[in-house]
Design a protein around this ligand. Structure first.
Ligand SMILES: C[S@@+](CC[C@H](N)C(=O)[O-])C[C@H]1O[C@@H](n2cnc3c(N)ncnc32)[C@H](O)[C@@H]1O
Length: 201
């Protein structure tokens, strides 16, 4: 696997394999990913999540909203761990059983993440460099969350499905922002939206 033009180490790939094992095991009792997607877990979830890492550039503080089973929060933390141990990932997840999974998986994987078991809108502003969210809510809602938790000059990297263009147009009614749409490598209809300079209109 190649990210940012760098080869990913054997150790990192082994951690990703271990994370996949944990996801599959816990998915038998908690709905972390849809049962129908388990057979395609690497492409549908792991490499799909890993794409945001490519677009992040330099960062110290990453916040992933509505992390569920750790997509993309845990994947990003694994990718950063070896080369950039000073980088920190915080995950916000309101479902207590999923938050327990995130804490447990982080411990088993040796990741120094922070898991906040609360609603995003109730958490005090986190001032992050990078904010991510996958399969959480529409773009207008995500921009409200980003405005709360991203620091000035920060960047939101948002997984969006085939409605992304319509969502951008609707969001422009409430927010002004700069956006670059990166075509998804795992789904031709989907995009990773790189969003900066968010301001309410
Ligand atoms: C559809 S899942 C997506 C999970 C993961 N990001 C993924 O791509 O598989 C959305 C997650 O966001 C959480 N969630 C929804 N609204 C939330 C809120 N306001 N605050 C915190 N977590 C929330 C849900 O509990 C759920 O785990």
């Amino acid at each position: 696997m190649n990210l940012l033009g760098e080869d990913v180490s054997r150790e990192t790939l082994d951690k990703i394999d271990f994370y996949v094992c944990l996801l599959k095991k816990w998915n038998q009792t908690i709905n972390l990913i849809s049962k129908s997607s388990v057979s395609e877990i690497n492409n549908r979830h792991i490499w799909d999540s890993a794409q945001v890492y490519d677009y992040a550039g330099h960062w110290e503080k990453w916040v992933d909203l509505g992390s569920g089973g750790g997509l993309p929060g845990i994947v990003v933390a694994i990718l950063a761990q070896q080369a950039y141990p000073e980088r920190h990932v915080t995950m916000i997840e309101s479902d207590t059983r999923k938050a327990t999974f995130l804490r447990n998986a982080s411990r088993e994987l040796g990741l120094e993440t922070t898991v906040i078991n609360a609603r995003i809108e109730k958490v005090a502003p986190l001032e992050c460099d990078i904010l991510s969210a996958r399969a959480l809510t529409d773009l207008t809602g995500l921009l409200g969350y980003a405005d709360r938790h991203m620091k000035r000059g920060g960047c939101a990297l948002l997984h969006k499905g085939k409605t992304w263009e319509a969502e951008v147009n609707i969001a422009r009614e409430s927010w002004s922002f700069d956006v670059i749409a990166h075509k998804s490598n795992t789904n031709p209809d989907a995009a990773i939206l790189e969003i900066r300079d968010i301001q309410i209109v």
